[in-house]
Each structure stands twice: as C-alpha cells, then as structure tokens.
Design a protein around this ligand. Structure first.
Ligand SMILES: [Zn+2]
Length: 316
C-alpha cells in the first residue's frame, strides 16, 4: 500500500469523494511509492494564491449589495461571515436554512453572531413553520436514507439552494459567498484547462435567466483551519460538538452513522480531509488528529433520537 506523504490518500482509498464532487469527470488520484499523489502534484501546479486574491477582489468590486451568505451556523461559514464583515467590510445577508435538524443552540448562536457582526440574519423555514416538514422535507429525507448512497445532504442542499436563490432574486441581489474550502475550477478536476489555474468563483444561471455569481470564500482568501479557529476564538464560538466534523446540523452525523452501519463509504472522512489538505485548508497533522478524534464513535442516544424523528417525519 502507498500513502501520499502530502495528503491522507492511500492506494486503497475508494476515492468516492472525487466522484461525489466531480460526478461528470473521471477524477482519480494516482498514488506511487515516490512522492505526493497526482492530485497533490496537480494542486501544487495550479494553485496561485495571488491570482485567487485578485479574483476575490474583482468579485466583490462588481457584486451588488448586499452579498448573500449561505450560512449554516457552522465553523466555516461563521469564519466566512467574520471575514466578510471585519476584513472586507461587505454588507451581508446571512441565510440559515432550518431543515428541522438544526439544534436550538445553533440557531441562538447564529443570532448572536450576526448581531455582533452587524449582518442581517434570515432563518429560512418551510412556509408554514416546522410542521411542513411532516409533509415535505422529512419525507424526501426518508427516501434519501433508503437510497443506495444515503445522500441526505444533497436533498437538503438542493432544497436550500432553490429557496435561497428565489430569496436573492426577490431582493435584487446577484452574489453569493459560500464557506467552501475548495476550488470551483481546476484543470485537473474540471476536465478542461481553461483557465489553466485554480479558480474560486463561478456563475449559475437560474431558470428565469438571472445570473448568480458565487465565490468559495475561504478558498479564495486562503483562510486555513488555524485562521478559522483564531476567528472562532475571537468571537467566542461555542462548538455544539456533534460526533463528526460538522458543528451545526445533526443530519450529517446521522448520515455518517448510517453509512458506517450499512458498510458504505467508510473512507469518506479520510478522503474528504485529503481534499482539504491538498486545498491548503488543513495541515496533514491537523487532519490526522481530526480523524483520531472522530474514532470515538457517534452519540448513540442522539442517533436514535434522529432516527425516530425521521421515521415519524418531525423535527428533532
Ligand atoms: Zn496527495
């Protein structure tokens, strides 16, 4: 077995993460005994920090105000919110989609952070409150959990994005900041080499013809986990500490739990962290210690509660 000395990939990894993020491409990292994997070598070749900062500055120069932030209440989007307000001085509307599985402590925290950073917070719920979950969202989640890949986060993000985009159009906004730590284009993952370097922005055309401009802000600004932690310390972020890597929604932990129980995607955490290492967000040592911390296993009582809530189609 070969292990990349730069990221955490091994020659035995299923590389499901790459198929998940780039489903239309045949993205596979090659591992060898001598040096970094092909993925890490490509990132070293295509990542140009100065170019990313220039791309970011141009993005905010032309963005209509306010800029909308897809705000999960978790670590990365909280750091992005802080960066937008304190470093870039951008007027922000933060939208948090309450799918019924966001604990109250996260919602309360989101309110206090937005208050302190002087950002407008919209907590988006189904139109007639959480009860609507009984008919719509939870049913779709039940279907997702029965599916072969348990892609519950995909169901949620599709629902959220549709509502989020509609809200932006109604407000006359055209620019979205995301807390993503990855690139949007790179020649080695996009299947084409134009531009021949990594980028952090992309456009989405809505069915009505409106164009929404997106930026993966932490990636563009080269915000690392260490910087994120410093920001979170400064604003007194209290991590709700669910059992996996997320700090906002209990569903993603439940998803991991179900996958592990069903023998699916057990490499997911390691592969996902490998991407974050190669993107420069976490160091290899940090990623390894996060993997160790996650071995404690899930909170069984919480997992049982989520399962019961999903089965009866109600919020947790
Ligand atoms: Zn690698």
């Amino acid at each position: 077995m070969h292990e990349c000395p730069t990221c955490l990939l091994t020659s035995e990894a299923s590389q499901d993460v790459f198929r998940f993020f780039w489903p239309d491409q045949e993205v596979r990292a090659a591992l060898s005994a001598d040096g970094p994997c092909s993925f890490c070598r490509d990132v070293a070749r295509y990542l140009d920090p100065a170019r990313l900062l220039a791309e970011r500055d141009a993005f905010f120069e032309r963005a209509r105000r306010p800029v909308f932030l897809a705000y999960s209440g978790g670590k990365d989007s909280t750091a992005a919110l802080h960066h937008l307000r304190r470093d870039l001085g951008v007027e922000v509307v933060a939208v948090l989609f309450d799918n019924g599985f966001i604990p109250d402590v996260v919602l309360e925290y989101a309110r206090s952070v937005c208050d302190r950073l002087d950002a407008e917070l919209v907590i988006d719920r189904e139109p007639v409150g959480r009860e609507r979950l009984q008919r719509g969202f939870a049913r779709r989640l039940q279907v997702a959990f029965r599916g072969p890949r348990n892609d519950v986060c995909t169901v949620c993000s599709k629902t959220f994005l549709r509502r989020f985009h509609r809200m932006m159009v109604e407000r006359g906004a055209d620019s979205i900041a995301l807390g993503n730590n990855f690139w949007s284009h790179s020649p080695h993952t996009s299947g084409h080499a134009d531009p021949p370097h990594m980028t952090a922005t992309w456009d989405r055309v809505l069915p009505g013809g409106e164009v929404l401009h997106n930026i993966n802000l932490p990636f563009a600004s080269r915000i690392t986990l260490a910087r994120t932690r410093a920001i979170l310390d400064e604003i007194g972020f209290h991590d709700a500490k669910f059992t996996g890597y997320t700090s906002n929604c209990v569903l993603s932990d439940f998803q991991d739990h179900v996958r592990a129980r069903d023998g699916q995607r057990t490499d997911w955490g390691r592969e996902y962290l490998s991407l974050e290492v190669s993107a420069g967000y976490v160091t290899r040592a940090e990623a390894l210690s996060m993997l160790d911390a996650s071995r404690a296993g899930p909170d069984e009582a919480l997992m049982a509660r989520i399962e019961a809530a999903l089965r009866s189609a109600r919020p947790i």
